[in-house]
Design a protein around this ligand. Structure first.
Ligand code: SIN
Length: 311
């Protein structure tokens, strides 16, 4: 019998496929939908100290190959995601809160508040939102990342992982891995959307989203090779007890298979979740199981990280 069970951050997931922190995980209704779906975990929208309306609309645009967004972290504020944990518990799968404070002390305040909550099973610290006007992505500043991790590990009690931006240059993979290997992080999620792209409506000769003069994070098909490279690199560079979570360009079972082959212990779905709704989890799970059956694999550990180099 083919199993999609996995373990991340010491937590058991019935299936290795769940949502990315981004689309359809902001309100209680959306989180309930994830709970009732075949997703292996429930991951919240990135929480800030206060409620945020986010950037001006239109701020999300979908095209044949994927999406561009500049949402600007619309969310209900961290207390909402802490309180929702009790409701999440009924679904019998891990509830993970994404945290994206606007500064060190915001992050520390949020993570300290979450610490006593037994229904929050892990924290994903977002180092990589490309959509906050005037705010650089922390993950591209290695010293800032180190200082932030120093601060949050003073207060964190649950397993804590990081959501990374895409890296493109070999020394940058190594520099970030060196920072992360100095902390007891439980997982690294690779990658956030590729910022800052520009999509154009050629009929109107105009940008397609309003914030930041049309610049935003790119998701979907084109980001898969970059996502796979980041999964693979961090799988080889990070300490062996750090789970890699793959996200970027996954719309079917074969995409999920590729991420796991590169070293992912679980995968998250962003653009395709937005496109298809929560039914995507069962569909992608079925497709992945079919591929595994054909190849004679009974669990994801049979092929996880086993990508071959050419002779
Ligand atoms: C956003 O809300 O702007 C997207 C979330 C992210 O990229 O971290």
């Amino acid at each position: 019998m083919t199993s999609l069970k996995t373990t991340i951050a010491g937590l058991e997931l019935e299936t290795c496929i769940y949502n990315a922190s981004g689309p359809l995980c902001t309100t209680a209704e959306e989180l309930d939908d994830l709970g009732q779906s075949m997703a292996g975990a429930i991951l919240s929208k990135s929480a800030t100290l206060e409620y945020r309306a986010g950037n001006e609309k239109p701020r999300y645009y979908e095209t044949g190959w994927g999406s561009i967004n500049s949402m600007g972290l619309p969310n209900e504020g961290y207390k909402f995601y802490a309180d929702y944990a009790k409701q999440a518990a009924q679904y019998g799968k891990p509830y993970i809160v994404s945290v994206s404070g606007m500064g060190f002390e915001d992050n520390a305040t949020i993570i300290k508040h979450l610490a006593g909550n037994e229904n929050i099973k892990a924290i994903e610290l977002n180092l990589s939102c490309p959509n906050l006007p005037g705010k650089p992505q922390t993950g591209y500043d290695f010293e800032q990342s180190r200082a932030l991790l120093n601060r949050v590990f003073e207060v964190a009690q649950q397993p804590l992982g990081v959501k990374l931006p895409p890296y493109f240059d070999m020394p940058h993979f190594e520099m970030m891995a060196e920072v992360l290997n100095d902390f007891p992080i439980s997982f690294a999620t690779c990658i956030n959307s590729i910022g800052n792209g520009l999509v154009i409506d050629t009929d109107q000769e105009c940008v397609v989203i309003k914030p930041k003069k049309g610049f935003g994070g790119i998701g979907g098909d084109f980001i898969k090779p970059t996502a796979l490279a980041n999964v693979r690199k961090f799988y080889t560079l990070l300490k062996k007890d750090v789970d890699i979570i793959g996200v970027g360009g996954i719309k079917n079972g074969m995409d999920a298979f590729e991420h796991i082959l590169c070293g992912a212990s679980a995968v998250q779905i962003g653009t395709q979740l937005m496109r298809e709704g929560t039914g995507c989890f069962a569909r992608i799970a079925g497709e992945l199981q079919e591929i595994m059956n054909k190849k004679g694999y009974s669990s994801i550990n049979d092929f996880k990280g086993k990508l071959k180099d050419m002779e």
